[in-house]
Design a protein around this ligand. Structure first.
Ligand SMILES: C[S@@+](CC[C@H](N)C(=O)[O-])C[C@H]1O[C@@H](n2cnc3c(N)ncnc32)[C@H](O)[C@@H]1O
Length: 408
């Protein structure tokens, strides 16, 4: 079993040995990546191991605590079981094991940002320079990507007023001229650590899962123009260009620092993407511009009203027969119990992700209907998780994504 997992994670150390599990040192880098020295890499490996330990060895204990202590106490007092995640959360809040687990999760998150900011800050000038020069790495292809920033863009209030999941400065803050700090922070292993490497060394598993899903569900569909929304550093945009090399691929985000990194990263990886700084609620693209619109882990970081506007804008931007696919976690109503819902809602209350809970409560079919999509063309389903490896970018991993899909 361990070996099967190793093969699926697909990383090897400098001596060519495959570690038992994904390590931070094994993450994918490119010509615009931050450099790390031995001590930084060791600390990052510790942080990654800590995340894994908390998820694997500490987290399961609070189900036991709930089953054996918190729920029976609740039943004694209320004469019934907790009816929803909010009641479960309130009941768990006073429990020391729950507090301990929560504290560890927060501590590990802070440690991850602290260590990564040390790495990025000490070489920020060099990273800015690398991003400007757009490192060589293109595989002799003729098409070239681009970067269009809009300093006048108004950052939407649901992003502007706090640091999303405690990331210092969030995605959009510019601490200095031509800043890439937000992008470099993200690219230095955030999602790679929290996913324990299960999204692949380049964190591109969601993009390959989208391509795999579209290719198997709509085999004759060949998109010519693709848009990825809330692209951050383009990890899940690049796989779309890889899957459909003839397509013109665009990607938008509100954050200039992440887009600078995205552009440099895509060029370094040899895949042309046109990045622009735009709000997905109202873009400057012409009506009917795209055959495929995607997003990965994006909608849950926007406000409820924004989700409506973004889906309406997708409808406007799609050509007839065009498809939108948003990758997320499933709605709370699909969870097996109020306890599971509560566990999944932890980020709303503790990880500075205020829209997580609201978004996962939304009736997405209704949102799509209101935007103009027909009921028979809307799909909400689970699709296999992809863990790209060195030899197979579409290798199936353990788990599944929720997709919110609609065809115009
Ligand atoms: C969780 S990240 C998405 C991760 C990314 N898709 C990936 O696969 O790595 C959310 C991104 O959405 C961007 N964002 C938030 N609101 C936006 C909006 N209204 N329009 C465009 N981008 C937005 C943020 O700046 C951030 O980069």
């Amino acid at each position: 079993m361990a070996q099967a997992q190793n093969e699926n994670l697909g990383f090897s150390d400098s001596a060519g040995n495959r570690p038992k599990e994904a390590t931070w040192r094994g993450r994918g880098t490119h010509a615009a990546s931050a450099d790390t020295n031995h001590d930084e890499a060791s600390r990052m490996d510790f942080v990654m191991t800590l995340f894994r330990h908390i998820g694997r060895n500490v987290a399961p204990g609070h189900q036991t605590v709930f089953d054996k202590k918190v729920e029976p106490d609740f039943v004694k007092k209320a004469g019934r079981k907790p009816k929803d995640r909010h009641e479960v959360r309130k009941a768990m809040l006073e429990n020391p094991y729950f507090q301990y687990w929560s504290h560890l999760r927060l501590y590990s998150q802070e440690a991850s940002y602290y260590e990564r900011s040390q790495i990025v800050d000490r070489q920020l000038d060099a990273l800015i320079d690398k991003a400007k020069k757009v490192p060589a790495g293109r595989k002799g292809k003729n098409d070239k990507g681009s970067l269009t920033l809009n300093p006048a863009l108004v950052i939407p209030p649901y992003q502007a007023h706090f640091d999303m999941h405690w990331m210092p400065g969030s995605y959009f803050t510019e601490f200095t001229k031509d800043d890439v700090a937000g992008g470099a922070m993200y690219d230095t292993g955030g999602l790679y650590i929290t996913s324990s490497g299960h999204l692949g060394a380049y964190n591109d598993g969601a993009g390959y899962a989208i391509a795999r899903y579209i290719q198997s569900k709509f085999p004759t569909f060949k998109p010519k123009r693709i848009l990825d929304e809330g692209c951050t550093t383009g990890s899940n945009t690049v796989p779309l260009k890889d899957a459909w090399p003839q397509a013109e691929v665009h990607a938008i985000d509100i954050g200039a620092p992440v887009l600078r990194t995205a552009h440099a990263r895509s060029e370094a990886l040899g895949l042309a993407v046109h990045y622009s700084q735009q709000d997905a609620e109202h873009t400057n693209f012409k009506t009917g511009s795209f055959d495929l619109i995607s997003s990965s882990m994006f909608l849950h970081e926007t406000a409820r009203k924004a989700v409506h506007n973004i889906v309406k804008e997708c409808y406007r931007l799609l050509s007839p027969g065009g498809i939108m696919v948003h990758v997320e976690q499933p709605p709370f109503s699909w969870a097996k119990s109020p306890f599971d819902q509560m566990t999944r809602d932890w980020d709303t209350h503790n990880n500075n992700e205020p829209f997580w809970g609201a978004m996962h409560d939304m009736d997405l079919e209704k949102v799509a209907l209101e935007a103009g999509f027909k009921k028979e063309n809307i799909t909400l389903e689970m699709v296999p998780l992809v863990t790209p490896t060195e030899s197979d970018k579409y290798a199936l991993g353990k788990g599944a994504w929720f997709v919110f899909v609609a065809r115009k």
